[in-house]
Write a protein that binds this ligand. Structure first.
Ligand SMILES: [Zn+2]
Length: 565
């Protein structure tokens, strides 16, 4: 019976490293001969002077490695009492036994006992009982006093695989935590073990350095390390990495610490959309990909301590947001600069935040128009200071200035989606800053190519457009009327203004009731703003340019009752 992924993270991490060391290309191809090759490599690495710390300051075996296997043959003091050769002999013997049991397990025809890890019938002679000292995090976080608890019976193959997991582990660099990417894909998982496990160990041995897990990410936080690994993998094995999400393989990063003073384990699922995003960005522009990683995920050393700590906090925050698939553009605006590059942010907004391509193109166009506008400085300043609830008012001013149409405003900020205000503001500022930077350094702004039609407006927006057109056509003294609507401070004033239009026959009763629905004050203010947008667009000559638009306090809350006025 062949080898396959089990779903148990530590056993799978071991299988990945075993596969990488065996020379086989797929788990299902692994034979007894492959097991021999892999075991020889494990033995060579773990029994090297550099692993045991012979003639070196640090012992990997007694130090970091013992965090994973607290009571292995390499740690046990009684083994060390006979010196390094005693330890080596003990380890070789134990490994030889494990190898024999694993080979036994390969004989499917003799299978008579179910392995709880791989789910296969294996010959009972090959089973072994592993307790917490040999099976990381087997029973909760803390992994000591193995004698107090019974262990779990594993088939010989699963037990042998577990020994290999060391070559799949990576270091986060904070609080001594380790992690690995659990990704049951032959290619990706084996590549990680090959590059950051075996390859890294071999390089250290060649340089006579004490062994340690790979952890040189120059980043901050668990999420930072995960993302930097994904970036590096993409650079090296773009095609292979694509298999992860083409086949919908769930990928989870396990961050853990297993020392006996207190264990810790956290599973961090990597959303497929993040892989899509990184892949799309890499395909679109390697430069943009590099810039994204450098400006948002890397922490350079050599700055002064305070600056470095500040940068580390920034990177950790951004990386956490990315791993949770949350918007990052706002957090990337630092001192009127966009960090990470516009191409990356645009790709992120599309792939991770699900923003429509046409809306993105519109935001790009609007941001550039804003940066080029003669009153741009003032408008940008307002946008920078605007809390989310005032963003609509600022955009409404852009309609008044002719930068946006009413339908475009409705596409950017749909009347029924008040939560989009914050991200629209952030994206506009991102485009403005990037456009300004491009101008300063003489680069061309990387605009989206293609003509994008904004989505068709919904019924509410079309109705407001129609009401505005009616008003422009039939309203007497419309300049004053529009000014009154712009400066209304209370819902009652909005209603009074509409009543005047109703009296003069420019508005129907049905439209009046639509615009100020009973019992819904917030809605009245929202609808007023979109109505104004269409009035600005359709009756440009009647629009007062010198009047500040007022956003009534009542518009901000829906708790104010109409009856209470
Ligand atoms: Zn098994």
């Amino acid at each position: 019976m062949s080898l396959h992924w089990t779903g148990q993270p530590f056993v799978d991490a071991g299988l990945a490293a075993l596969l990488a060391a065996s020379g086989a290309s797929r788990l299902s191809d692994v034979t007894a001969t492959h097991l021999d090759i892999a075991v020889r490599e494990l033995e060579r690495i773990l029994l090297s002077d550099q692993a045991l710390g012979i003639g070196l300051e640090k012992s990997f075996a007694k130090g970091t490695l013992s965090q994973v296997f607290p009571n292995s043959e390499l740690v046990n003091p009684s083994n060390w009492s006979k010196g390094p050769e005693g330890v080596r002999a003990k380890y070789r013997t134990a490994l030889k036994e494990d190898l024999a049991r694993a080979k036994e397990a390969l004989h499917a025809e003799r299978g008579d006992r179910l392995c709880g890890i791989c789910g296969e019938l294996r010959p009972s002679a090959g089973f072994v009982m592993l307790r917490r000292d040999r099976f990381p995090l087997l029973s909760g976080a803390v992994n000591f006093y193995p004698g107090f608890l019974s262990g779990v019976a594993l088939c010989g193959l699963c037990a042998l695989a577990l020994r290999f997991s060391v070559a799949s582990l990576l270091r986060v660099g904070e609080r001594g935590r380790l992690w690995f990417l659990h990704c049951p894909s032959d290619i990706v998982a084996a590549r990680i073990a090959q590059e950051y496990g075996w390859g890294h160990f071999r390089r250290l041995i060649a340089a006579n350095q004490p062994l340690d897990f790979y952890g040189d990410w120059r980043t901050s936080g668990n999420s930072g390390a995960i993302l930097c690994l994904l970036c590096q993998l993409l650079r090296k094995f773009a095609n292979q990495l694509r298999t992860i999400y083409q086949h919908g393989i769930p990928t989870v990063a396990y961050v853990f610490s297993n020392d006996n003073r207190g264990g810790y384990v956290e599973g961090i699922p990597v959303p497929t959309s993040i892989l899509d995003f990184l892949q799309s960005l890499y395909l679109e522009s390697v430069d943009a990909f590099d810039q994204f990683e450098r400006e948002l995920l890397r922490v350079d050393t050599g700055r002064d301590k305070r600056e470095e700590a500040q940068r580390a906090r920034f990177v950790a925050t951004i990386a956490d947001r990315i791993v949770r698939a949350e918007p990052i553009v706002g957090a990337s605006l630092v001192e009127q600069r966009l960090l990470g590059g516009w191409i990356a942010h645009r790709t992120y907004l599309r792939e991770v935040n699900g923003m429509n391509e046409a809306v993105l193109a519109l935001l790009e166009r609007t941001g550039i128009a804003l940066a080029q506008h003669e009153r741009g400085k003032k408008l940008i300043g307002r946008l920078e200071r605007a809390p989310a609830r005032d963003v609509r008012a600022v955009l409404l001013d852009l309609v008044r200035e002719g930068v946006l149409s009413g339908r475009e405003l409705a596409a950017l900020l749909p009347p029924n989606e008040p939560t989009s205000a914050q991200i629209v503001r952030d994206v506009l500022l991102a485009v403005v800053y990037e456009y300004q930077r491009c101008n300063e350094v003489g680069e061309s702004f990387p605009r989206l190519v293609g003509g994008w039609a904004i989505p068709e407006p919904d019924e509410v927006v079309r109705r407001l457009e129609r009401i505005a057109a009616d008003l422009i056509r039939t309203l007497p003294n419309r300049r004053q009327w529009i000014a009154d609507l712009m400066t209304a401070r209370k819902t009652a004033q909005i209603r009074a203004t509409y009543l005047r239009a109703l009296r003069s026959g420019a508005m129907s009763l049905v439209d009046f009731l639509f615009l100020v629905p009973l019992g819904d004050v917030t809605q009245a203010w929202v609808l007023r703003d979109y109505l104004l947008a269409f009035l600005f667009e359709l009756g440009r000559e009647a629009v007062p340019t010198d009047i500040e638009l007022v956003e009534g306090e009542e518009g901000a809350t829906d708790e104010v009752s109409v009856l209470a006025e």
